[in-house]
Unconditional design. Structure first.
Lengths: 116, 110
């Protein structure tokens, strides 16, 4: 079946511009996560959605970062006034949640963001 | 919060050899997951360990959770070129959020 889909796969933009990254999770997966992967910082958690709510936003690095999820499905991560340190691969993952057990996360291919 | 240290950060293996990568924590863990990321790819779930002393096998991969639930290991026997990639251990919290270790990058020489 279809996996997690992310777009665009690559994004190059100038410093100071805003960018939007999209994630389409696996159908039926209620939990959605955003992570960031960069050479210096490894894999970092950004935000978690359960349905359309975000009970954990603790990983967002600054108020330039925001995310939303609509219809319990597609999520958008927005970075305003991009800085060079925002350059990274942004990964989205989804999982089914139930019964208090921890489900494996299924990752998309990511969006490689480069800030010039 | 809880953190895990992975060692080694880099592993160069001759094809056919065995190797082990370790994940250590100073606190007791409720569970641990392992992921593999191929070069240019995304993390792919391998296994989850929950019970003290748990051992799980997937073909040539053996995963173990320590008796005190403070460490975990991944042992690969008869390494193949398809084993190339970075192996991450990760903690989960009650939301399922993953906190990754730094990873062990594995390079295999034919």
């Amino acid at each position: 079946g279809a996996g997690v889909s992310q777009s665009p796969s690559n994004k190059v933009t100038e410093k100071g511009k805003d960018v939007e990254l999209r994630c389409d999770p696996i159908s039926g997966h209620t939990a959605l996560y955003w992570y960031r992967q960069s050479l210096g910082q490894g894999l970092e958690f950004l935000i978690y959605f359960q349905g359309n709510s975000a009970p954990d936003k603790s990983g967002l690095p600054s108020d330039r970062f925001s995310a939303e999820r609509t219809g319990g499905s597609v999520s958008t991560l927005t970075i305003q006034r991009t800085q060079q340190e925002d350059s990274a691969v942004y990964l989205c993952a989804s999982s089914s949640m139930g019964g208090g057990t921890y489900q494996p996360q299924h990752f998309g291919d990511g969006t490689r963001l480069s800030i010039l | 919060g809880q953190q895990v240290m992975q060692i080694p950060q880099y592993q160069h293996v001759q094809e056919g050899e065995d190797f082990t990568t370790y994940c250590n924590s100073s606190t007791t863990l409720s569970n641990i997951q392992w992921y593999k990321q191929r070069p240019g790819g995304h993390p792919v779930f391998l296994i989850q360990l929950v019970k003290s002393g748990e051992v799980k096998k997937q073909k040539r991969l053996t995963f173990q959770f320590g008796e005190a639930k403070k460490n975990s290991s991944l042992h690969i026997t008869a390494t193949q070129t398809t084993d190339v990639g970075t192996y991450f251990c990760a903690l989960t919290d009650s939301w399922g959020k993953l906190q990754f270790g730094a990873g062990t990058q594995v390079v295999v020489t034919p």
